[in-house]
Design a protein around this ligand. Structure first.
Ligand SMILES: [Zn+2]
Length: 87
């Protein structure tokens, strides 16, 4: 688990990582964000399944809204830097 978290946290670019840790997010959330960045699914949550038949009970979001905001703001800034809209 620790190794997995470390690997997922390593997916977060350093400046973004700095913002998130300044905002107080710790390894569990950071690992979820790293995974989200890797597969491009920020809003994915942990799916809870019925232990008997396995059907989906609910999705528990593993990234708080405020953290998603920090990440998407940052991603937007990156897009702006790479592809300026004004000539
Ligand atoms: Zn069931």
């Amino acid at each position: 688990m620790q190794l997995w978290r470390g690997r997922m946290m390593g997916q977060i670019p350093e400046p973004l990582f700095g913002r998130l840790s300044a905002a107080g997010y710790r390894s569990r959330t950071l690992a979820a964000i790293g995974r989200a960045l890797q597969d491009g699914e920020l809003l994915r949550g942990e799916v809870e399944r019925c232990p008997n038949c396995g059907h989906k009970l609910r999705v528990r979001p593993d990234i708080p809204q405020a953290a998603i905001k920090i990440v998407s703001d940052w991603l937007e800034e990156q897009d702006g830097g790479k592809a300026p809209r004004e000539p």
